[in-house]
Design a protein around this ligand. Structure first.
Ligand code: ARG
Length: 458
């Protein structure tokens, strides 16, 4: 092929405008799909030979050529050109340059429309594997931390107001649960990614007698897509992955928000290791939780990627349209961002020091066991609404007289309800409060330990 001439240039009477070439080109980012593009082409060539569409010798030449290209790209000696348009063109052009006209036989029964669908699916399949591994490592990190901090009490908040004491381990395991669901969602998404699209060709399938199932076997896909029109149009699986990544980022971000708040002087519940913080260029005393802040901030970019893709897809006429080329940057950015955030948070949570005393003191304040007193009355037969009112009046009395619930005498309790007995003092401390919550899913130490055992069993 003449230099500058496009593989599709037959019906064109003038070369592509330079600006148009630069504008339509995706090679500067889709080159990262090279391995999958080549892997797909190797499988396609083998299938063409098996079906007698090309000879075994031609297939071998194609495979050797492709492997040479792969080696050069990996060695960094392959020259990508901006006029290559995309990774498919770059590889095909290089192949023809290496092995001559036989290179031109590779594209039989194939279009870039199904080829790009294959490349993204192969890429995403591999990356989902990595994201699952990273999520798994983070889950282990939370579990280990929960075991290490067992017994430590934390003030639990609702509406950002002190609510009830909980175990720090229970709080940490809450995140483990979230990432467990995220992992399940990743595996679910993988099922829809892991379907072989090649053979859909441009949109209608091909008249050449191909064997799609053979290609699927070579590339380890459990199934092939069922409809060629859907195959070249579908990016649901990309949107689904970015949505799952958005949920992961949201979970990371919520933990990071607590870290930022709790590492402040005002809270002082946790210290982040120096290696995971940064300083201020003007205020010498500052130690900033930038990693946590950046994870929180990067959540916005992943959400942006999701909205970008959904907007690209909305209103696209069937079937393939070049708009779909815009799917890759949001996808790549999402993969890079979520992998980086998962990795760094896993490292960082191993370097957190929780301030046990400070949290316990914090947990004791704010009448955090008032609900326990109401529950005590319920167990004495008082209707909950009435118990709520009684304890509300007790709290108000305490506030007026500068007392804590633990500082009240039995006589004082009885001024509000005659049925109070000595055993009320058994539900006033934060530890008693925590350990009373034994039902499945509650924060009692024995319940949390049971949950840890369950997790470790499976
Ligand atoms: N670079 C294109 C993409 O990412 C590949 C498919 C192009 N197909 C075409 N007929 N122009 O979607």
């Amino acid at each position: 092929m003449k230099k500058g001439k496009k593989p599709w240039g037959g019906r064109f009477s003038e070369p592509t405008d330079r600006e148009v070439e630069a504008f339509t080109s995706s090679i500067h980012y889709d080159r990262r799909l090279y391995r999958y593009d080549i892997e797909g082409s190797v499988a396609h060539a083998r299938m063409l030979a098996k079906q007698g569409i090309i000879t075994k010798g031609e297939a071998k030449a194609i495979r050797t050529g492709l492997r040479g290209i792969l080696a050069d790209i990996e060695a960094g000696t392959f020259a990508f050109h901006s006029d290559d348009e995309d990774i498919h063109m770059a590889v095909e052009k290089a192949l023809t340059a290496r092995i001559g006209e036989t290179g031109g036989k590779l594209h039989a029964a194939r279009s870039r429309n199904d080829q790009i669908a294959l490349d993204i699916r192969l890429y995403l399949r591999a990356e989902i594997g990595r994201v699952v591994e990273l999520t798994d490592a983070l889950k282990t990190g939370f579990l280990e931390l929960a075991k290490k901090e067992m017994g430590v009490i934390l003030p639990g908040y609702t509406h950002m107001q002190k609510a009830q004491p909980v175990l720090l381990s229970h709080y940490l395991l809450a995140f483990r649960e979230m990432f467990d669901r995220d992992e399940a969602r990743l595996r679910e998404c993988l099922k829809r990614v892991n379907v072989m699209p090649l053979g859909a060709a441009a949109l209608a399938g091909t008249g050449i007698p191909i064997d799609r199932h053979y290609v699927a076997r070579l590339l380890k896909f459990p199934e092939v897509t069922a409809n060629s029109i859907d195959t070249v149009s579908d990016r649901d699986f990309v949107a689904e992955f970015i949505f799952v990544a958005s949920l992961i980022m949201m979970h990371l971000s919520r933990f990071c928000e607590d870290l930022v708040l709790w590492s402040s002087d005002e809270f002082g519940y946790v210290q982040i290791a120096d290696a995971f913080t940064t300083g201020s260029s003007i205020m010498p005393q500052k130690k900033n939780p930038d990693v946590a802040e950046l994870i929180r901030g990067k959540t916005g970019r992943v959400y942006g990627n999701l909205i970008a893709l959904l907007t690209i897809l909305k209103g696209l006429p069937m079937t393939y349209n070049r708009d779909l080329q815009e799917d890759k940057e949001p996808l790549f950015d999402t993969v890079d961002t979520v992998e980086a955030c998962l990795g760094i948070l896993t490292a960082m949570i191993g370097r957190l020091t929780y301030n046990r005393e400070r949290m316990e003191v914090g947990a004791a304040g704010g009448f955090a066991t008032a609900t326990d007193v109401a529950e005590y009355l319920v167990m004495k037969g008082v209707p909950f609404r009435e118990a709520h009112g009684i304890v509300g009046r007790i709290v108000s009395f305490c506030i007026q007289n500068g007392k804590e619930l633990t500082g009240l005498t039995l006589r004082e309790f009885r001024r509000f309800y005659k049925g109070f007995e000595k055993d009320v003092f058994r539900c006033l401390t934060v530890r008693q409060s925590v350990n009373a919550r034994k039902a499945t899913g509650g924060t009692a130490e024995e319940t949390v330990r049971r949950r840890i055992a369950e997790i470790e069993e499976c």
